[in-house]
Design a protein around this ligand. Structure first.
Ligand code: ZN
Length: 469
């Protein structure tokens, strides 16, 4: 009997210890969710638009929270080029066994007019299971998720095998003081890392309310504007000549509209087509598989090119976006000009694209000049360690949901870091419905459950990337 009773006491104590540990974990998760929520609310309610907002205020709020949570003043720096475009950088010190990892999100948001919205864009509204407000999905969710996890890891006394760096920055959406570029130029030592995780890229996608896929953005197309100009001696419009500035320009633009750049692939896009072919159904699935073949199936490429998105993933694109010319209704035009915006496939250059444009426009009277300063934006290698850590946590949290490498057809701060030699991986951690993307638009929102899952995802992911204790 004694044996039995001591055994049952032993079992009981095991049960109690287990229960206590589980309760403790639940409590910690709950506390962290509340913390993430409070940071999110504070940031949404701090206007950080370029017009009237202040990013320094937001940077200082985060710095204050980090210091209050036990980060020494020397590990938290709020800094920037002026009093409105602040950034905040913080560091958790590791053993130094491996090089640091940088985690980023931007503090600024796109403009939002109260009159266009059905609720106040600068108040966090919680309604019908959603968080509403400017920046709820781009990308104050990322700011709050990263900050809450840095605080939690600090409070736990977590000692990673490498430094973890947090940088929340200004002017990603526009403006003259991009925080990543400014930090790289003036304080590179603060953010230098083996690689970067960017919450502003790599969407996690819901379909009919269920996880469809998670993406890891390793690559972005290169943005380049070109100005096309035609000059002509002009004259009286009652004596027209076929040698007309507007006709020259228009002819070139029509030729450009019929032109398709050659198909290109990199490691990321090939893997993208291959993995997407397993998620999609029917003919689309077989077309995606055909595109992933080496060499790709020409008929499948032709069909996929009819989709704006797949077309943009398959090649460089150049499109006319602005047009002007002439000076009077009754005069022959002395000039005509247009802007052509190109999104160059990574690895391509601004110069080579310009050469192609000149050939396609096929008119020596059209002068082509590159507008934006060139940058290289190399695709980041699909690092095995990052991919495996990502797949492990995704697999634990949302079993069966694939991780798909993606190339962004737009741009994030990731390209600035890639240009500076820091490979960057866009991983948002937050599921959104791709049919309900409201970033930059009105009534921006995300699911509350997706936000909290994002908090949990990054807690596990940060630990997975930086084995420690
Ligand atoms: Zn963004």
């Amino acid at each position: 009997m004694k044996l039995v009773s001591s055994l049952s006491i032993f079992l009981l104590s095991l049960l109690v210890t287990g229960a206590t540990a589980a309760t403790l974990l639940a409590q910690q998760t709950q506390d962290e969710h509340k913390l993430a929520h409070d940071i999110y609310k504070q940031l949404i309610e701090t206007n950080t638009t370029e017009s009237v907002g202040n990013m320094t205020t937001a940077a200082n709020e985060i710095a204050e929270r980090l210091r209050a949570a036990g980060f020494p003043a020397s590990d938290v720096t709020a800094l920037g080029p002026d009093a409105r475009h602040g950034n905040v950088v913080a560091r958790i010190h590791g053993s130094g066994a491996r090089k640091p990892i940088l985690f980023i999100a931007h503090l600024d948001v796109v403009e939002a007019n109260r009159a266009d919205w059905s609720l106040d864009p600068f108040k966090l509204t919680e309604q019908d299971g959603f968080f509403y407000g400017r920046g709820t999905s781009d990308i104050k969710d990322g700011d709050a998720i990263l900050t809450a996890n840095f605080i939690r890891l600090k409070e736990e006394g977590y000692k990673p095998d490498r430094d973890l760096i947090l940088a929340l920055t200004s002017d990603e959406e526009g403006g003259d003081f991009n925080g990543i570029t400014w930090l790289l130029e003036h304080h590179r030592n603060l953010i230098d890392a083996e690689y970067c995780i960017n919450t502003d890229g790599g969407d996690f996608q819901l379909k009919d309310g269920k996880p469809l896929l998670t993406s890891i953005q390793t690559s972005e197309k290169l943005y380049a504007d070109y100005e096309l100009k035609v000059f002509n001696k002009g004259g009286h419009s009652s004596l027209p000549s076929p040698d007309n500035a507007i006709y020259h320009l228009a002819g070139g633009l029509v030729r450009l509209s019929h032109y398709q750049f050659p198909v290109e692939f990199n490691e990321t896009t090939r893997t993208f087509f291959e993995r997407m072919s397993k998620i999609e159904q029917g003919t689309l699935a077989s077309e995606l598989a055909g595109a992933a073949k080496n060499p790709p199936d020409a008929a499948d490429i032709k069909t996929l090119s009819e989709s704006l998105y797949y077309n943009a993933l398959l090649r460089t694109t150049c499109v006319a976006t602005r047009l002007s010319g002439g000076h009077a209704n009754n005069a022959l035009p002395q000039d005509a000009s247009a802007i052509v915006n190109c999104r160059i496939f990574p690895g391509g250059t601004q110069e080579a694209t310009e050469e192609t444009l000149v050939k396609v426009l096929d008119d020596p009277q059209i002068k082509v000049t590159a507008v934006a300063p060139p940058h290289t934006s190399p695709a980041s290698p699909l690092r095995k360690d990052v991919l495996e850590a990502d797949e492990k946590v995704v697999g634990e949290m949302w079993p069966g949901t694939p991780v798909i490498p993606t190339m962004e057809t737009g741009a994030t701060d990731g390209y600035r870091l890639r240009d500076a030699g820091i490979p960057t991986y866009g991983i948002s951690g937050v599921f959104i419905d791709m049919n309900d993307v409201r970033a930059h638009g009105r009534d921006e929102r995300i699911l509350q459950s997706s936000f909290y899952e994002g908090v949990d995802f990054f807690y596990k992911f940060m630990k997975e990337l930086s084995t420690g204790n």
